[in-house]
Design a protein around this ligand. Structure first.
Ligand code: NDP
Length: 391
């Protein structure tokens, strides 16, 4: 039995993919803050799950539910704010833990693994596994790197993670995952890694054109992304690492206006005597990411450009997945950004439940054998390819 927490865009993909793999997971439970979303999903999957109302900010409530259900594993598909309260509840109830995004305090837009790595000894002592970052990026990109290191390189020198959404959802402005988390992430300073040091840039101030596999030349912007923190720790040979994401000019113009008028702020402001957080209000106005799938055209193309040495020769490859939005919609009624998050989350859970991956403590996904995960990706809807590039 497993428990999925979070009935949003990515959580609904995890639910549907777990149901497709029911023989592995057994009984499937879904808990989330807004019960009506659980009810809607339960109806969507023909009652093939049990549902619960839960505010995961409240550790005691999570403990009560875990004590009642006694699942093998919690898949945390709520928001980064809930990571620690859910991890505490897992420790209190002897339950394995998994997520797709690292912890971020609500009152400060700063995400880092440090808070969750601090749970290492407690999970180890309890003989429990916490698997961090089993989405696409972080997630599949980390596994791509581990796979490249295992099979294609003796030494990795540089990595560029390249993330392109070459799709059109038909709305003037929308985010593809939780708007609050998305906008907090992309309005942060850019950071990249060189020779053991982090270099900082102004938000979205550095761009570069990449030939995205099966998409073509697109302009991408340098950003900080959490997998760089764990990958540079677990592959200390890496000399340089950067993360790049595409944004359309239309998206950036909307974002600039919203920033200029204060709509992306995370500090409360008084409105008619009531405290409101502008970014939370903006989320209420924007389209819901879980409802973008139907008319979404185009595809995502996400991967890693890796250079290094093999058998004494310099080598460079790109390892990637391309996911058409309509493929995601046909499989589970989602768009590709939720799909490429939810499918790997299900696969990570499968690795734990089948004991293909075992361990005690807090692990990032690149610390496990990449092979069984890479074998699952195409079977579950996310085929991958490797191409040699000119050094
Ligand atoms: P959504 O906003 O669509 O879904 C979040 C869900 O969590 C909602 O159902 C929400 O409930 C629920 N939730 C929020 N707070 C609580 C709480 N306190 N207790 C219980 N449930 C709660 O977001 P997404 O599905 O787009 O994103 C989910 C996660 O996936 C995020 O952490 C995001 O960062 C991560 N992600 C990871 C990616 C990767 O590649 N690694 C890519 C994209 C996303 P309610 O309806 O009440 O708001």
């Amino acid at each position: 039995m497993i428990l999925i927490i979070g009935a949003g865009a990515a959580g609904s993909v995890v639910l549907k993919k777990c149901i497709q793999n029911k023989d592995v997971f057994g009984e499937i439970h879904l808990a989330s803050r807004t019960f009506s979303k659980c009810q809607k999903l339960k109806a969507d999957v023909n009652d093939q799950c049990e549902i619960h109302e839960l505010d995961a900010d409240n550790t005691e409530d999570v403990i009560l539910l875990l004590k009642k259900l006694q699942p093998k594993l919690v898949i945390n598909m709520a928001l980064p704010y809930q990571d620690l309260s859910i991890m505490d509840a897992c420790l209190a109830t002897n339950t394995h833990y998994m997520d797709t995004a690292n912890y971020e305090p609500k009152d400060e837009a700063k995400f880092s693994y440090s808070w969750q790595w601090a749970y290492q000894e407690r999970f180890k002592k309890a003989n429990l596994l916490a698997l961090l970052g089993s989405g696409f990026d972080p997630g599949v990109t980390n596994v791509f790197l581990a796979y490249a290191k295992k099979h294609h390189f003796d030494r990795i020198d540089t990595v560029d993670i390249i993330d392109c959404n070459d799709g059109d959802h038909g709305h003037p402005f929308a985010t593809n995952f939780n708007p609050e988390i998305n906008i907090r992430e992309i309005t942060q300073e850019g950071r990249w890694y060189k020779d053991g040091e982090w270099q900082t840039t102004e938000p979205l101030s550095v761009s570069h054109s990449f030939d995205f596999p099966e998409v073509g030349e697109r302009k991408a912007y340098l950003m900080f992304h959490e997998e760089m923190e764990s990958l540079t720790k677990h592959f200390p040979e890496i000399k340089q690492m950067k993360f790049w994401m595409t944004f359309s000019d239309n998206y950036l113009t909307h974002l600039k206006v919203l920033q200029n008028v204060g709509m992306t702020g995370i500090a409360p402001v008084k409105h008619h005597g009531v405290d409101i957080v502008p970014l939370e209000f903006l989320k209420t106005l924007l389209p819901t990411p879980s409802e973008l799938g139907k008319n979404y055209t185009g595809k995502t193309s996400i991967g890693c450009i890796i250079s290094g040495m093999k058998d004494g020769q310099p080598k460079k490859i790109v390892i990637y997945n391309v996911c058409p939005h309509q493929h995601a919609y046909e499989d589970v009624g989602a768009q590709s950004v939720s799909y490429t998050t939810g499918v790997p989350a299900m696969i990570g859970a499968k690795m734990i439940v089948t004991k293909a991956w075992t361990g005690e403590g807090v692990y990032n996904i690149e610390q496990f054998d990449p092979d069984p995960f890479m074998e699952e990706l195409p079977k579950q809807g996310l085929p991958w390819k490797i191409k040699d590039l000119t050094v």
